[in-house]
Design a binder for this molecule. Structure first.
Ligand code: FES
Length: 326
């Protein structure tokens, strides 16, 4: 017997969420979704959860299992039993509508912001008539190599698992989030799209690619091959190559590079100033309260760093790497 501890909340009746335990035998080969269905069908018809395809395609069944998001229909229940128990909750970073169902409107609205469609005025070069379709069907073809650049992002099933555990989203609900940014990379790097520069300029603004903190949770939680953080890093690289560097995020990266290149180490006293921009007087003034709080708590980096052996090796490696990168 396994105890399923499920977070319940009915806004029409409950003043606050609570956990309800359900006890049952887990049938051999059952997924977490199978178990939720069995509970609903045999023990408590009021339990509310989402599902559709039951094949890890539609993305609708994502829930937190033992603290982290999983696709319920793709997750074997036996693998999630800890000391005879399993905890199931709604996705994080989203408003709960009822029990395990969350409001995905904010999640989907962020996709709209990155214009997730192909923009081109070119006539498809290879119209292909499909039998029975009098109007014909026109393909916009691309090479295998070109498709490879957008292949990973194309596997997104928009389940919102990545956003559920995203630390940047938790601290800033305006952050576009890993799923929408991965979708943006899919179009920025699409060889058939004609507005990559415009897209990257928009993505480089506040709440975009530079607001990711690299925690890696999205890569851990994505049930497919998207690896959203890698897609965000790819967008950042593209932005720098395009010369879109007049923002705190790009200056932060360049500050890191300059610091290591020149001294072999990170000078944390200079990085905030470089990130903000040395001529950005209001921005620099806004750093003063933070600096004072750090100083009072003894968190400020030393002005003169301790000696570290072999720093010249770091500079040499960096120099050689820089040459190889051209
Ligand atoms: S029900 Fe469609 S992904 Fe799980």
């Amino acid at each position: 017997m396994v105890i399923f501890s499920i977070r319940r909340f009915n806004p029409e009746k409950d003043r606050a969420p609570y956990y309800k335990d359900y006890e049952m035998n887990v049938p051999e080969g059952a997924t977490v979704l199978d178990c939720l269905n069995l509970i609903k069908w045999t023990q408590d018809g009021t339990l509310t959860h989402r599902m559709s395809c039951r094949s890890a395609i539609c993305g609708s069944c994502a829930v937190k299992v033992n603290g982290h998001p999983k696709l319920a229909c793709k997750t074997q229940a036996v693998d999630e039993i800890i000391n005879g128990r399993m905890k199931i909750e709604p996705l994080g970073n989203a408003k709960v509508l009822k029990d395990l169902v969350v409001d995905l409107e904010p999640f989907f609205s962020k996709f709209q912001k990155v214009k997730p469609w192909l923009v081109t005025d070119e006539i498809p070069p290879t119209p292909t008539l499909i039998k029975g379709d009098e109007g014909g069907f026109k393909e916009r073809r691309q090479s295998s190599e070109d498709f490879h650049r957008i292949d990973a992002a194309s596997t997104c099933i928009m389940c919102a698992s990545c956003c559920s555990d995203c630390n940047s989203w938790a601290s800033n609900e305006n952050f576009l989030g890993p799923a929408a940014l991965a979708k943006a990379q899919r179009f920025v790097d699409d060889s058939r799209d004609k507005v990559a520069l415009e897209r990257v300029i928009n993505l480089s603004k506040a709440d975009g690619i530079w607001d990711c903190t690299h925690c890696g949770e999205c890569v851990e939680r994505c049930p497919t091959e998207v690896k959203p953080m890698d897609r965000i890093v790819s967008l950042r690289t593209t932005a720098l190559k395009m010369g879109i560097a007049n923002n705190n995020g790009a200056r932060h990266v360049e500050g890191f590079v300059d610091s290591i290149r020149s001294s072999g180490r990170l000078n944390e006293n200079i990085i905030p100033v470089k990130s903000m921009g040395i001529f950005n007087i209001p921005g620099l003034l806004s750093l003063i309260p933070v600096g004072i709080r750090m100083f009072l708590r003894g968190k400020n980096p030393p002005i003169i760093h301790k000696h570290i052996d072999d720093m010249d090796d770091v500079k040499r490696i960096f120099k050689r790497f820089g040459k190889q990168k051209g």
